[in-house]
Design a protein around this ligand. Structure first.
Ligand code: GLN
Ligand code: ZN
Length: 749
């Protein structure tokens, strides 16, 4: 059989791409240098794949920023405001991705959205009334020629017209249907050029098909391809999907004139059922995505072989479930991972080896590979913690309920720690000045001892508390000067996680993350935030809020285990946080907040699966963190980055004493009102992602609007997220005005 992959990571083994793009922006290298470095990365990527034994290589899976943005730029989906800049094509592209300084100020980049349920973000193309869809770029052709010249059997890949159209935002007065003709003509042009260049195949990525297309969506898809496919000439078309199954579209796809379909057998729960029940045409090739392209574990060869043997399909190409973009490049770069865990792990390069091994086994070659692989799965990994598993087994419904109901709690809380009407607070972090960053850096470089660093951080926290008192905030925070990152600050302190040295993945643009790996059962072994929070509480009479990263964010931003459901790891983390919360409480902290910015990030793609696939257990996981708290302790939840109006019923079931949400969505207030939302809310009074000052008057108006819809009794007043990235002066001014606006309102109600 033939082996291929959907795409390979492009960030570079040593983050060469990130470094080069950033160097280009700081003008330390030229566009020509940047192009040269990019070409080297591509060449190395192809070479790696070929040397691993992969037969057929994708091209144009490379990108400076994002493949959706590449495709938009290729077809001239460039909003007027960027065209007007009259920059080179490269700089126009970067302006869309990063924004740019203009004579009249900063022109912000295109908005971003989450790419399926991954951590990757894509740029949202815009279609306005003046958009002329046209093949104006040459990137995919250039990269195809480059690979061909190097002698590789290359298959160009590109985002398909349906996904591009569905993922674009129409900003003018036209409708989706007004753009179809333009898209078809532009893609037909692309077909023609590839045909002329001697490409035999073209991969059109249409992952939007896994997002439960409606009848109208399927009609749109049919319409586009009925017009487009007759224009393919000699070119063969692979219609590639990923991130789930295409149960709604399957019947239609097998009847359309594609030469091959690429399907996901890993996240696609019903992929195999579709094929078994509806068959697969003999004249098409199935690109079977049998190797998990987004998780870091070795493939279970026997499971995959069984699956392949079951398939009633004549022509199969072995492939990955999605692009390998979501994986670090190679395990080889890791030097500190324990020896016994290494055989279980597979990053991008090891996934290539898995594909080739499976192919060998199918052909009856190298049977020893199977035996070695089976050893991994037939034995315990030694990652169990019986104390934790036993604790999980003894959970009962009482573990998901607090000792008293919220209404009762509110009274005892108010008695224990009285707060004024419309209590003011912040989300946890305070601005980081240059001195703050230097202090951390000095500590990391060993220029400060642990004791020196702690004492300096303590002083900083003390100053921050004084500042908060001066501002008149009611509930104080530590300012998080001892913290680095909301994920690693917590998971590094818990047992059960693995950490890497160089395993970076691209999240958005050239931003990268280094997700931890959940290796085994997770346990709390020692206090994490207690010393710092309790020390802060010692310094003030006002209540200090303890701030923890929530269990769902910790699991959702890690590579999950494959031997237990995500729910199990999430529950284990919840129990660990329950222990931490208990320790805070016994050390005099009466308000505890968990941050859950990634609350929705693992939501199943189909709405019909939201409860069964996620919320049914996610709600319990959050409630578990709080269930053992004293009734006098206020339990807060903070969420941000996302929209919430469609899940208010879920949020209300979390039984928080307060929920702070970003108020960027103008429909949120009405939605909370209409939903008869019972949880007290803290509506983000100002946007911490923008360096913008709010006037006291606008804040007063905002508060009045909130009071009108929700009443004053159950409202908190806070910014919409941490202040870490804001310039100090702006943050303090905004806070001062926020408190002033609150005091004004308190006087009139
Ligand atoms: N407590 C964190 C902070 O204030 C919250 C971060 C987040 O929600 N993204 O920075
Ligand atoms: Zn936040």
């Amino acid at each position: 059989m033939t082996t291929t992959i959907i795409g390979y990571p492009r960030i570079g083994r040593h983050l060469e791409l990130k470094k080069a793009v950033e160097a280009y922006h700081s003008q330390t290298i030229t566009a020509a240098d940047l192009n040269r470095i990019a070409a080297q990365i591509r060449q190395q990527n192809w070479q790696t794949q070929a040397q691993a034994g992969i037969d057929w290589l994708p091209v144009n899976d490379f990108s400076y920023e994002d493949q959706v943005l590449d495709t938009a730029a290729l077809f001239n989906l460039i909003p007027q405001r960027f065209q007007q800049l009259q920059l080179s094509p490269l700089d126009t592209y970067f302006a869309m991705a990063r924004g740019t300084q203009t004579a009249t100020g900063f022109l912000p980049p295109l908005k971003m959205a989450t790419w399926f349920n991954t951590r990757y973000g894509y740029f949202i193309p815009e279609l306005d009334d003046s958009t002329t869809i046209q093949l104006t770029g040459t990137k995919p052709f250039d990269e195809f020629k480059e690979a061909k010249q190097l002698g590789y059997h290359a298959r160009p890949t590109i985002i398909g017209p349906y996904t591009l159209l569905k993922f674009s935002r129409i900003t003018g007065t036209q409708k989706i249907s007004d753009y179809i003709e333009g898209f078809v003509a532009a893609y037909a042009q692309l077909f023609k050029q590839f045909d002329q260049l001697g490409a035999d195949w073209l991969q059109l990525d249409e992952p939007a098909l896994v997002l439960a297309p409606t009848k109208a969506d399927l009609a749109l898809f049919r319409h586009i391809y009925t017009a487009l496919l007759p224009q393919k000439g000699q070119l063969k078309i692979l219609l590639q999907t990923a991130y789930g199954d295409i149960r709604e579209a399957y019947a239609q796809l097998i009847s359309q004139d594609f030469d091959a379909l690429g399907l996901d057998f890993v996240d696609g729960q019903q992929t195999e059922a579709c094929i078994q029940e509806q068959g697969f045409p003999d004249d098409k090739i199935l690109f079977a995505g049998i190797v998990n392209g987004r998780n870091v574990w070795r493939t279970n060869y026997q499971t995959v072989l069984n699956q392949l043997h079951r398939l009633p399909v004549k022509h199969v190409v072995l492939s990955t479930s999605c692009s390998l973009l979501h994986l670090p490049i190679s395990l080889k770069s890791e030097t500190t991972l324990p020896e016994h865990v290494r055989p279980y792990l597979a990053f991008a390069d090891e996934k290539l080896a898995d594909l080739v091994a499976i192919n060998d086994l199918l052909a009856g070659r190298k049977p020893a590979l199977l035996l070695v692989n089976q050893q991994l799965f037939n034995h315990s990994r030694g990652a169990e913690n019986t104390r934790v598993t036993e604790r999980l087994q003894t959970l009962t419904s009482a573990d998901y309920h607090r000792k008293s109901e919220r209404a009762v709690r509110q009274q005892v809380q108010q008695r224990a720690v009285p707060l004024p009407m419309l209590p003011t607070t912040t989300i946890g972090s305070f601005p980081q000045t240059a001195a703050d960053q230097q202090r951390k850096m000095a500590f990391k470089q060993g220029k400060l001892t642990q004791a020196q660093f702690q004492s300096a951080t303590h002083k900083r926290m003390q100053a921050c508390l004084t500042e908060q008192t001066k501002l008149g905030l009611d509930v104080l925070v530590t300012g998080e000067y001892d913290r680095d990152d909301m994920i690693s600050d917590f998971d590094h302190q818990l047992s059960g996680f693995l950490f890497t040295e160089h395993a970076w993945i691209q999240t958005f643009g050239t931003y990268c993350a280094q997700p931890p790996i959940i290796w085994g059962d997770i346990a709390w072994t020692h206090p994490i935030t207690v010393a710092e929070t309790a020390a802060a509480q010692q310094l003030t009479n006002r209540p200090v809020k303890g701030v923890l990263t929530g269990p769902l964010t910790l699991v959702n931003w890690a590579y999950p285990r494959e031997d237990v459901p995500l729910r199990v790891s999430a529950t284990q983390i919840a129990l660990a946080l329950q222990d931490e919360a208990h320790a805070l409480e016994t050390n005099g902290i009466h308000i505890i907040q968990i941050d859950e910015p990634a609350f929705r990030s693992q939501l199943p793609l189909r709405r019909t699966d939201w409860y069964t696939g996620y919320f049914n257990w996610a709600i319990k996981v959050i409630r578990l963190v709080a269930s053992r708290l004293q009734s006098t302790t206020r339990f807060h939840i903070h969420m941000c980055y996302d929209h919430y109006t469609d899940i208010l019923d879920v949020l209300d079931q979390l039984d928080a004493d307060a929920l702070s949400l970003s108020a960027k969505d103008p429909t949120l207030l009405d939605a909370l009102h209409d939903a008869h939302f019972t949880t007290p809310v803290g509506l983000g009074m100002f946007d911490t992602a923008q360096f913008k000052l709010s006037t006291t008057d606008t804040l007063v108006t905002k508060l009045q609007a909130s009071i009108k819809q929700l009443g004053p009794e159950h409202l908190w007043v806070n910014p919409d997220c941490g202040l870490k990235t804001l310039p100090e002066a702006d943050a303090l001014t905004n806070l001062e005005r926020m408190v002033r606006a609150t005091k004004q309102i308190r006087e009139i109600i």
